[in-house]
Design a protein around this ligand. Sequence first.
Ligand SMILES: [Mg+2]
Length: 364
Amino acid sequence: MEQEANKKRKIIHIDMDAFYASVEQRDHPEYRGKPVIVGGSPNSRGVVATASYEARKFGVRSAMSSRRAVQLCPDGIFVYPRFDVYKDVSRHIREIFSRYTDLIEPLSLDEAYLDVSVDKQGIGSAIEIARLIKQAIKDELRLTASAGVSINKFVAKIASDMNKPDGLTFIGPSQITGFMEQLPVEKFHGVGKVTAEKMKKMGLHTGADLKRLSENEIKQYFGKPGAFYYRIVRGIDEREVQPHRETKSAGAEDTFPVDLTEIETLNKELERIGALVATRLKRHNLKGRTITLKIKYSDFKQITRNQSLPFATDDLEVIVKTAQQLLAAVDHEEKAIRLLGISLSNFGEVIAIHGNSTQLSLFD
Ligand SMILES: [Mg+2]
């Protein structure tokens, strides 16, 4: 029986709808139906953590600067995040998951993969389990979640995003091939903005276009991630749901052929290294809250600086900008730099942030 179940896995991806903003609307009835923007205040250097669906209509998005958000949505209600509350809700959601399986892989406070190939209650149907989980979240927490159900993580994750909010989308084994073929490349999680642009310039717009490339070609064009794209576009994703993720940090670094001193050159290098990091994060489906910059000088002395954000990110621009700010804040004592590295950590848990006004105060 169990062997049979393992052969075709049943994977659910659950994602809370506009999580922080929905919690705020739940707890503040006067915010309901209004554009709520959780994050830094509009006259700070802060960013948007989550926007309610009403605010999204104005184009407000996560990771956007709060200044930009207030331009787009002048009547937006800016709310400073209450992480303790979100964390409690997150614990409760995980407790609901654990009624059905212990194979739970949290990706952030509001998102997780569940493997319900074998479920604790012997329900057998992943769709039914997803429905029960959504109902429990509604009844016990007065919040909505969207669920994607399929036989692997990749398709389950895309499915959960298809009918938001309050969606439940099932993509069965017989539908996967067709589904992947019609999928626009920018919808492939793991394919970042830059790569998606590159693909389009090459005339690769959908899964079907990617499928026409041989394994060698795809690796040649897109490097190592190409091997992942090659399999994923054929619906093959054997990554397991990992209840105890071992990954503590993900990053990249580079030693330069010659030591560097020019800030413009160093910033360019950070763009390049940041792109590697973002690709890695996306490939492993990780988002981190803490960005660490490592600097090694020509005298081999090494320092690190880090900054924690109010939200988890895998966004290239956020990663690079943060690393560049960290670099700019260091007094290099006129020494040349031989190595730069960027890494992200703090994947699962929210950490405290200190006030919404200055990012500089977060430098250690
Ligand atoms: Mg969410």
